[in-house]
Design a protein around this ligand. Sequence first.
Ligand code: SER
Length: 336
Amino acid sequence: MRKKAILITGAAGEVGQALVAKLAENSETHIISMDIMPLPPELAMKVHHIVGDILDQSLFERIISEFDITHIYHLAALLSTRAEYSPMLAHDVNVGGTMKLLQLAAEQSEWNRKPVKFIYPSSVAAFGMGSLENKAKNPRPQEWEWNTPITMYGANKLYGETLGVYYSNYYKQLADDNPTMLDFRCVRFPGLISAFTVPSGGTSDYGPEMLHAAAQDKPYACFVRETAAISFMAMPDAVTSLIQIASAPRENLTHQIYNITAFSLSAEEFAEYVKKYFPDAQITYKPDVNRQRIIDSWPIDMKDDAARRDWGWDPIYDAERAFSEYLVPNIRKRYE
Ligand code: SER
């Protein structure tokens, strides 16, 4: 009999590493992780890691011949800044990769007559506020508002959400016998900040970059202006949200796509927190018009009432606690 397993794509990324570490705490869970990069050795020993491209079909054939996949955490993606430099590649990975994984989950659900849980992190990038005036007037959009992203990544995430809803509700809808469909659940993340990894290729990266630079005594020129504001979340809360939404009783979920957020800060407010703990931090502002435009298109915050109501979303870390209890102590240790 095939062994039950959880599949995590993009496992060597920031969210991936944190999620692998958390899920591997339960030694009963068999984890297959995938990424084009290897995992750090301390994580690799806890899971079955496959170095490979999610667009490579033969990898999945190998995986399903050996394992019965019950959950997929599909994290692999090219983030917003990176995607603007390679839009075709971003589309291939972000849309093509998602499509491949959804198809695999659909076939496995049908075959086993049991829904595979498909957990998909989407992003604040799925929003497009249109103008700074709209952004100021609509600080906390609902999931279905302002869905007009201006980035390839945002467009890819929004379409990934749509495909997930399709595969979990309408797949093969004209067939005589409706197959068992997958169980798609999605959270829209704000900018994420980890104490243990530094982001790459995102546009919200100025927050974590500022902090990691200060901890290493390096000057930092922030690529957005002081007043640029979006919401952020500490990585442990992001990981908790994925596990929480995966285990929520289906009947409690009134949405498939949920905004989630923890705290909203302007770049200047972010810098104030950094300076509180690293008073010598040298932070200047050198806005890059193009990356600034992307941040301007994202909302200041998101309305996450549905997640709070339906599955108990309640982040541990507000800005104060994120810095004092999670980020600063761990980052200090990291660069000691
Ligand atoms: N952090 C991501 C980015 O900046 C947004 O989801 O691309």
